[in-house]
Ligand binder design. Structure first.
Ligand code: NAG
Ligand code: NAG
Ligand code: NAG
Ligand code: NAG
Ligand code: NAG
Ligand code: NAG
Ligand code: NAG
Ligand code: NAG
Length: 538
């Protein structure tokens, strides 16, 4: 403990020395203009889609007892077998933002009187966006149009395809995506506005990719108002999704074996019957399982882009559960515990978080974390004096970060024959569009009782005779992730928190557990789906 303290003090001094040096460099104008975000040569694809006309195209109402207005999307169409359940929460990373009603295993509790939230660290996904070209929807649409033109008559439920046109953009935020981030800024201001210290400028991190930068800007506008530039600087780095330069080399080389094969297998299983049905309605067009999948994907994408999609009703509730499971397999195998590079992909943020909590620069070599040491050792780009740390990123990164923390609650194996009962991992519950992880650091005057639900007085929340205690509280999409479910060292608590010192101790292992260098650059052989269960090469 004394040793840790010495290290912390010497690091704090090192940072003070460095801060002085930086000021000097800034005075001599050699500090780069870190916070310039335009002109932007790294925005990526920015194709916009057709303007919606929902007042004209919406076939609602659908005969419900009471009128359900669009809000703003039309999602009240009847789905066979849904019984009131919402298919828009079964679309994996294509689900519009929602907070999961059934949570992650514990309930929420108010802070005991006298305890304070002292820091909030947030990792936020961008909002709803148009599909990317790699999802194949625009080329599928061209094939369908060519087939219709060529005299293929689609019939029955597919008849609308004869004069359907595809008019979505690519990759940038759709209007509801802007709203998700603005709303989240407003929500986070209500929750944490007090943590912003007046007359300071905080650094918010994102990338220069269009949807990422605009997500950050919309959030800040919601949080601070349109004058947000007086309160925050944006540090936007070049996004590997734009340049294709992934830091973790093996992540790319193992994609086919680790994702495409299992996803393809499950797709052929859950969509077999629907494909046979649609093939019979497709005339001379050779309708395959991929066609069925593209038709299903158009439901979320058309809905978020133009407000309503006729594709949604083509599928029953069970087929939407199949869609969710496909997304579960895809993301668990891309960046979660079923991915050989899952922990490695997320370890950089875990280390940055732990460093901020301890109040020092990242001090672990880059070849063990993938951190950018130019940024992470400069007080201008890696400030340590904030109480609010805001960062915007991609779905896969958030899954990877949860994996790198070692949240084994989400390490379910996902058999290709179909979901098991009580599966904990869910892509839509973790990373819907606009999904976010909020981590609170809580300072309490005494230890807080592990039992929170009994009808005690507020002061009864504390354990008599104990001293000041710090806690960490993980919140994903407004629901607590109970830390005791993943870490034995964290005692069982009804509120799901963990003592900060215990948590920091647990996390000392996370760099070694991630095997960054070996996982990303080692010469190992990818084994078939199922061999990897712990986010590192099998
Ligand atoms: C058009 O139809 C003809 C005759 O059925 C077929 O040979 C050809 O491949 C079709 N072309 C397209 C683009 O579907
Ligand atoms: C923040 O500072 C400005 C300028 O000093 C002041 O006008 C404003 O009232 C302060 N806001 C709060 C919430 O303290
Ligand atoms: C942190 O320090 C920098 C540099 O002195 C300052 O510009 C910034 O406002 C400070 N931020 C906070 C939150 O105090
Ligand atoms: C497909 O149809 C067969 C025969 O009707 C049925 O036994 C099977 O359960 C169906 N499969 C799915 C995934 O719905
Ligand atoms: C990381 O780099 C250092 C030198 O910069 C080297 O000594 C060390 O072996 C490297 N570690 C790994 C895991 O490659
Ligand atoms: C670190 O970030 C800086 C600023 O974005 C960039 O110029 C540099 O190339 C990055 N370094 C590495 C190793 O990625
Ligand atoms: C919480 O904040 C209040 C008001 O600033 C302060 O009086 C109290 O001592 C703080 N509690 C702890 C445990 O630091
Ligand atoms: C990687 O390992 C394989 C099998 O052990 C071996 O054949 C190959 O030469 C190795 N490649 C490199 C670059 O070391």
């Amino acid at each position: 403990m004394a040793e840790l303290k010495t290290i912390l003090i010497s690091l704090a001094m090192a940072s003070a020395v460095q801060a002085g040096a930086i000021q000097q460099r800034a005075a001599s104008k050699t500090q780069p203009n870190w916070f310039q975000t335009s002109p932007d040569n790294y925005a990526g694809t920015t194709e916009t889609g057709a303007a919606p006309f929902l007042a004209q195209t919406n076939p609602a109402p659908f005969g419900q007892a009471t009128y359900v207005p669009n809000a703003p999307l039309e999602t009240s169409e009847p789905i066979k077998g849904a019984k009131g359940r919402n298919i828009f929460q079964l679309m994996g990373d294509q689900s519009p933002y929602f907070s999961p009603e059934d949570g992650f295993g514990v309930d929420e509790y108010p802070l005991p009187k006298g305890a304070n939230i002292t820091q909030m660290h947030m990792l936020h996904r961008h909002g709803s966006r148009y599909p990317s070209a790699s999802e194949g929807l625009s080329s599928w649409a061209a094939d369908i149009a060519a087939a219709s033109k060529n005299g293929t008559g689609f019939t029955g439920k597919l008849e609308f395809l004869n004069d359907w046109t595809y008019n979505l953009g690519e990759e940038i935020l759709v209007p509801v995506g802007r709203q998700e981030l603005f709303d989240s800024g407003v929500l986070n201001y209500y929750n944490y506005g007090h943590l912003y210290q007046n007359n300071t400028k905080i650094v918010a991190r994102t990338t220069l990719q269009s949807r990422m930068l605009e997500s950050c800007e919309n959030f800040l506008a919601g949080f601070f108002g349109l004058g947000w530039r007086n309160h925050a600087n944006i540090l936007a780095t070049i996004d590997s999704a734009v340049t294709g330069d992934y830091a973790c080399t093996n992540e790319l080389t193992t994609l086919e074996e680790s994702i495409e094969i299992p996803v393809g297998t499950w797709m052929e299983t859950y969509l077999a019957n629907k494909t046979a049905q649609f093939k019979a309605l497709a005339g001379s067009y050779d309708w395959s399982v991929t066609d069925t999948y593209h038709a299903q994907s158009l439901c979320p994408y058309e809905t978020i882009s133009v407000g309503y999609s006729p594709f949604c009703e083509l599928f029953d509730y069970e087929e939407w559960q199949g869609y969710e499971y496909l997304m579960d397999i895809e993301f668990a195998a891309m960046s979660g515990f079923l991915s050989p590079t899952g922990r490695a992909q997320g370890i950089y943020w875990v280390e940055e978080f732990l460093s901020r909590v301890e109040g020092h620069f990242v001090d672990i070599p880059a070849n063990q974390t993938g951190c950018n040491m130019t940024l992470d050792t400069n007080p201008v780009t890696f400030p340590l004096n904030q109480t609010l740390y805001l960062e915007f990123t991609h779905d896969a990164n958030i899954i990877a970060v949860l994996t790198a923390f070692g949240l084994t609650q989400f390490n379910d194996f996902l058999p290709l024959t179909g979901p098991k009962k009580n599966q904990q991992y869910s892509t839509s519950k973790l990373v819907p569009f606009g999904g976010r992880l909020n981590i609170e650091i809580i300072k309490a005057p005494h230890k807080v009782s592990t039992k929170r639900s009994s009808k005690q007085t507020k002061s009864g929340d504390y354990i008599a005779g104990t001293g000041e205690t710090l806690y960490v509280h993980f919140i994903q999409n407004q629901r607590t992730i109970p830390l005791h479910s993943s870490f034995k060292a964290c005692e069982y608590r009804e509120d799901g928190w963990c003592e900060l010192s215990t948590f920091m101790n647990v996390q000392k292992k996370s760099v070694a557990d991630a095997e960054y260098n070996y996982a990303c650059f080692g010469n190992w052989t990818m084994k078939s789906y199922g061999a990897v269960r712990n986010g590192v090469p099998a």
